[in-house]
Design a protein around this ligand. Structure first.
Ligand code: FAD
Length: 409
């Protein structure tokens, strides 16, 4: 069978892992990313309007392990284990809540370092070409003709008119994030059930520098300052800083008009964090850093006629409170791989080269993936939403509050 060609749209966390998996299974891979190569950019900048660090769990690590245990080991070298939550009461009291009595935990990892690892890994496969600065415009999903815009108007590919690049693919993967254009274009072809919901809260990231060369608070925890309708969280970084994220209703963001307002909010609700971040830094970062919106997406089907499939946030963007968006996207790639390998095995082919799947088998595999996977991802989208209430209001240390109450009697 001749080489089969996949075009992946989006070189984020999920797109880059997909490139690795498909290359391993014998596909020729062209990945198109609209931004320039993030590996060249300054480490850990706030400019991207996405979290600086995130929690990678067993779900995500398992997907790296299936591809290559060495890749999982490299990822683990980048993480800081967070063995529990640390709840910060208003009076500064901290109480630790272990995630698991057997020591299972989640891990804090730098988004930019993880993407770098995955892009480097993808590039190490001879069949993979990464193209940065190419924006997906549209595609004919029946023929596999994909139209991209070359940001530099360069045009190194087959046909290029005024920066328009046209490529042909046997399979198109949409890993282009929550506002996926691949999904949008699919909706014109497929009877797709689709919903997109914004929540009333936004977020802003802040940083807490090391103190006397060490972590300012315990690095083994995901720190939470739960305050009912809003909260502050902090995840550790390898350079001993913390990235803090303030989640609160937009109305509350809008009520902050000047430095004095944000300081007053922190003084009233997060006095210990204010002390550790510092007033000057808080004001400068709150004014300068982007405020992000939060939404979730559900859609079905996730595929069209064995030619297109959407993965990651493109298929199921979720609010970040369960720490599972990326993890679930990684699992998508793993599940897709299993489904394609099983399809070959059921066809009595001994190979694990999923590039050898006939069009019919590929279509069956993608249909099965779409039908089964969407049940799980829909459940996780709901759990993520529920966990916001848990984190901002229910994690408070009841024993501690009861003791304080009794002391006051
Ligand atoms: P993206 O990361 O959005 O990547 C999509 C890529 O496609 C981008 O590089 C984009 O430039 C590119 N692209 C878009 N359109 C086009 C186009 N037309 N042409 C070409 N390229 C295009 N998840 C966790 O698992 N754990 C966490 O702790 C966690 N914390 C989070 C905290 C916050 C504040 C937020 C906002 C999210 C968090 N997430 C977390 C979710 C996680 O960030 C996402 O689930 C993950 O980034 C999804 O990866 P993706 O590759 O599907 O999409």
């Amino acid at each position: 069978m001749s080489e089969r060609h996949v075009v992946i749209i989006g070189g984020g966390l999920v797109g880059s892992l997909t490139a690795c998996y498909l290359a391993k299974r014998g596909w020729t891979v062209d990945l198109y990313e609209k931004r320039q190569d993030t590996r060249m950019q300054q480490h850990g900048s706030f400019g991207e309007n996405r979290s600086i660090n995130l929690a990678i769990s067993e779900r995500g690590l398992a997907a790296l392990r299936r591809l290559d245990p060495a890749l999982e080991a490299q990822a683990k070298a980048l993480v800081i284990p967070m063995r529990g939550r640390m709840i910060h009461a208003l009076d500064g009291h901290q109480s630790s809540q272990a995630y698991d009595i057997f020591g299972k935990h989640i891990n804090s990892v730098s988004r930019s370092e993880l993407i770098k690892l995955l892009l480097d890994e993808a590039e190490s496969y001879p069949g993979v070409k990464l193209h940065f600065g190419y924006e997906f415009i549209t595609a004919d999903f029946d023929t596999g003709r994909v139209v991209l815009q070359d940001a530099d108007h360069g045009g190194r590919n087959e046909r290029c008119e005024q920066g328009r690049v046209i490529v042909n693919a046997d399979l198109i993967v949409g890993a282009d994030g929550a506002f996926s254009r691949v999904r949008q274009r699919m909706m014109a072809k497929v009877m797709m059930n689709y919903s997109q919901t914004y929540i009333e809260h936004g977020y802003c990231e802040l940083s807490m520098e090391p103190r006397n060369g060490n972590f300012a608070i315990s690095p083994d925890h995901l720190h939470i300052w739960p305050r009912g309708s809003f909260m502050l969280i902090a995840l550790p970084n390898l350079d001993k800083s913390f990235t803090c994220t303030l989640f609160m209703p937009w109305q509350q963001f809008d009520s902050i008009k000047c430095d004095a307002d944000i300081v007053a909010l922190f003084r009233a609700h997060f006095p210990d964090a204010l002390h550790l971040i510092g007033e000057k830094k808080l004001c400068a970062e709150f004014a300068a850093n982007p405020k992000g919106s939060l939404m979730y997406v559900k859609c079905l089907p996730l595929t069209y006629k064995g030619r297109v499939v959407i993965l990651g946030d493109a298929a199921h963007a979720m609010v970040p409170f369960y720490g599972q968006g990326m993890n679930c996207g990684f699992e998508d790639v793993e599940v897709l791989d299993r489904t394609m390998v099983e399809a070959l095995q059921n066809a009595n082919a001994s190979s694990e080269r999923t590039a050898d799947l006939s069009n019919h088998l590929l279509r069956c595999a993608l249909d099965k993936y779409s039908a089964t996977r969407s049940v799980d991802t829909s459940a996780i989208v709901d759990l993520a939403l529920e966990n916001y209430i848990e984190m901002r209001a229910k994690v408070v240390d009841l024993r501690y509050l009861t003791r304080r109450f009794l002391e006051g009697l």
